[in-house]
Design a protein around this ligand. Structure first.
Ligand code: DP6
Length: 325
């Protein structure tokens, strides 16, 4: 097969990945765990042909610069080398996620590209092995190959730092995403985590507590204890941002509206509605909640945010093939 198309959904980490042990291989300092989301995804079409004279990368129908394409080419090389292919490749990606707004668009993007390359080259690796390839595009992409709750086990090498499915999340769970600011983030995750690892005195505490939180959240997921899952999620996000505040220079992704959202969620909890916040490398706030209560929570958040800023999402599925064009 020389053409393939794959859809991958984005994921939001409940136990965050923050910090690399190896920057080239994208090996993380700690294991992480996420929820794959419905409705936010990337569709990627690849074509391998001896008629191409260079790699081409189109994002949302726009041909990307040589610099952007070079990043993609390096990723494609992982598959070319493994499959013994030397041809150039055309990649067309359509993002159904606000790009670079802290909604982990790189996760769905590299998961979809890995999935499409796996099919187009005929390598047909199993998803766990494929996740070790997706990882080399962006760490969070490792987890987007699977649906539901997914663990990225940090492993001991490039071969075993992989994603494994934990639970299909087919229970009452979802998220309300508060798009505080849809414009591109100011400090990339890559730079932000490097600065935190190298300069924050709180960083070792982050790594130690992430491992404990991972064990606790897996237990809570197994028991379907939503309250516990939510508490651990919110605490993990705040600890990650705490480690960033200790960096030199401090990394601050919070904006005034992020803080407003956090307090609004606390107020909802005081009214007996179980919901918990998490935030990534950007100002947007994601509210983990019962999917059955998401509509009500969204209505209540309308006091502070516009209809366009609020998005409900349920659990999403893993990568799946699309009809190649
Ligand atoms: C805060 O996966 O975007 O969203 O591996 O450098 O591409 P790179 O970073 P990326 O980092 C994600 C960080 C996070 C937490 C998470 O998703 O686990």
């Amino acid at each position: 097969m020389t053409k393939a198309a794959v859809r991958a959904h984005t994921n939001i980490a409940l136990i965050k990945y923050w910090g690399k042990a190896d920057e080239t291989l994208f090996l993380p300092m700690n294991s992480s765990l996420s929820l794959t989301l419905d409705g936010l995804y990337t569709d990627t079409f690849v074509e391998i042909s001896d008629t191409f004279t260079e790699d081409q990368f189109y994002l949302n129908d726009v041909l990307q610069s040589p610099e952007e394409t070079a990043k993609i080419s390096r990723f494609l090389d992982l598959f070319r080398n493994k499959a013994g292919i030397t041809h150039f490749i055309q990649v067309k990606s359509i993002n159904h996620v606000p790009t670079a707004a802290g909604l982990a668009s790189s996760a769905s993007a590299f998961a979809a590209l890995a999935g499409a390359m796996n099919r187009a080259t005929g390598l047909n690796m199993d998803l766990e092995t494929l996740s070790t390839y997706a990882r080399r595009g962006s760490g969070s992409a490792t987890r987007s190959l699977f649906g539901g709750f997914v663990e990225w086990q940090k492993g001991t090498s490039s071969e075993d730092s992989m994603a494994v499915p934990v639970d299909d999340a087919s229970w009452d769970i979802g998220m309300v995403i508060i798009a505080v600011n849809k414009s591109a983030k100011k400090i990339s995750s890559r730079i932000g985590m490097k600065q935190t690892v190298e300069t924050s005195p709180f960083y070792p505490a982050w790594v130690a507590s992430a491992e404990e939180d991972l064990l606790a959240i897996k237990k809570a997921i197994k028991a379907r204890d939503f309250e516990k899952v939510g508490q651990i999620t919110e605490h993990s996000a705040m600890k990650m941002h705490g480690s960033m505040l200790g960096a030199e220079t401090p990394i601050i992704y919070f904006e005034p509206d992020s803080i407003k959202a956090i307090h609004a969620v606390r107020a909802l909890r005081e009214q007996g509605i179980l919901c918990y916040v998490t935030m990534d490398a950007g100002p947007n706030v994601k509210v983990l909640c019962r999917l059955s209560e998401a509509g009500k929570i969204k209505e209540m958040l309308r006091e502070y945010f516009s209809e366009e800023q609020l998005l409900i999402s349920g659990p999403g599925q893993g990568i799946r093939p699309l009809t190649a064009q």
